[in-house]
Design a protein around this ligand. Structure first.
Ligand SMILES: NC(=O)c1ccc[n+]([C@@H]2O[C@H](COP(=O)([O-])OP(=O)(O)OC[C@H]3O[C@@H](n4cnc5c(N)ncnc54)[C@H](OP(=O)(O)O)[C@@H]3O)[C@@H](O)[C@H]2O)c1
Length: 347
């Protein structure tokens, strides 16, 4: 029987986690079809994110998308400890973490994973991702014009050295699955050619204005589960991460019209679309009402095929998380990070 963790926060409605469908990975493991994002950026404290995790678990979430660079795994670990104390079983929860860009060195990967395990107070991770395919990093909170003088382009040999250690984490039982994030088709083809343990998932930006149809199909065809980050178009991302050409899926008139007709928030339309299309959305929220609405989105009435078709046509190829700070040259276009011509951008 599935236990319901206790929480100090009173709540009116909960969702039986059994009602949330799972996606089945190549290994046969089941990953819940929605997760809670935990990136508070620079405006939500670790304590508030940890409270959101605890609340989300209490109402039925069983999947949490964490990362060392979010700076809050120690507080989320405290929330997990309390949830486990109150009856939630470790195997009922899917916990993801990510290797940050400054830890790609061969001697850094295992200690970095061990630190996430200790902070999150779990003895294994369900999923560990290479957060970005570049070892380039930057100080927290810096502007999009910031560049690291040691930044380099994608070097497959180096990525594979990192990946071998990721594979070792699986061999050692510290993580159950490994995966990638912020990849491209060109980079993924090389990884699939050379990996002993293939990535189980790829985490990528996915919302109605940025659907990445070709990459999405490529992943599905290769048995890799897409996880969609910023599923609502990251409406609260900091000013420094915005550019004039950005658009907002939750403000799209067609999404708003569907939302108005169904009596739900446009954000929930984005969640339903993501789930029905086959990616796993990981919306961030610290607002209990929104946390619940997003979960209800995946267990409630689905969108009609007509609405799904209409949303497919809204794609604007509008990438919001461009990654400027990971560029390796001055005056370089952020598109160089994304191999837009199908070829990995050289030095
Ligand atoms: N792998 C990567 O490189 C990467 C990159 C970016 C993000 N991520 C992951 O993806 C997660 C989600 O992405 P994100 O945080 O950029 O953006 P997002 O989930 O698209 O948007 C989050 C924002 O939407 C609001 N919101 C959530 N549910 C809502 C609802 N039902 N109605 C109205 N507003 C709602 C939230 O505000 P309230 O708190 O007020 O509800 C929050 O400000 C992150 O937290 C992180 O875990 C991964």
């Amino acid at each position: 029987m599935q236990s319901q963790p206790q929480t100090a926060t009173p709540h009116a409605e909960t969702v039986d986690p059994k009602r949330v469908t799972s996606r089945i990975l190549k290994t046969g493991a089941r990953i819940p079809a929605i997760g809670l994002g935990t990136f508070g950026s620079d405006h939500v404290s670790p304590e508030t994110v940890a409270e959101a995790v605890q609340y989300a678990a209490s109402i039925g979430y069983r999947h949490f998308d964490c990362a060392s660079v979010y700076g809050n795994e120690h507080r989320i670990g405290e929330a997990f400890r309390q949830l486990f104390q109150n009856g939630l079983r470790r195997e009922e929860v899917w916990v993801t973490s990510k290797l940050w860009n400054d830890k790609h060195g061969e001697d850094d990967i295992i200690p970095s994973c061990e630190k996430s395990l200790a902070d999150l107070q779990v003895d294994y991770l369900d999923l560990y991702l290479v957060h970005w395919p570049f070892p380039n990093h930057h100080p927290p909170g810096c502007d999009v014009t910031a560049r690291n003088p040691y930044a380099v382009p994608y070097i497959h040999q180096n990525y594979m050295r990192t990946w071998r250690k990721m594979e070792e984490l699986v061999d050692r039982g510290l993580v159950r699955h490994i995966g990638t994030s912020n990849m491209t088709i060109s980079k993924m083809k090389l990884l699939l050619r050379d990996a002993r343990i293939k990535p189980a998932v790829n985490e990528m930006e996915l919302h109605p204005h940025f659907q990445q149809p070709e990459f999405f199909r490529f992943l599905v065809d290769n048995g890799i589960q897409p996880i969609g980050y910023s599923p609502l178009g990251s409406p609260a991302r900091p000013e420094r991460d915005r550019t004039a050409e950005d658009t907002s899926p939750t403000e799209d008139p067609a999404i708003r019209a569907i939302a108005a007709r169904l009596g739900i928030h446009p954000a929930v339309v984005c969640i339903k679309w993501a789930d029905q299309r086959g990616q796993i959305p990981i919306p961030f929220s610290t607002n209990p009402k929104n946390i619940l609405s997003n979960l209800l989105g995946v267990v409630g009435e689905p969108l009609s095929q007509q609405d799904m078709d209409a949303i497919e046509k809204l794609d604007r190829n509008c990438r919001l998380i461009k990654g400027h700070v990971f560029l390796w040259k001055d005056n370089q276009s952020w598109k160089d990070l994304w191999d837009v011509n199908g070829v990995i951008t050289p030095a």
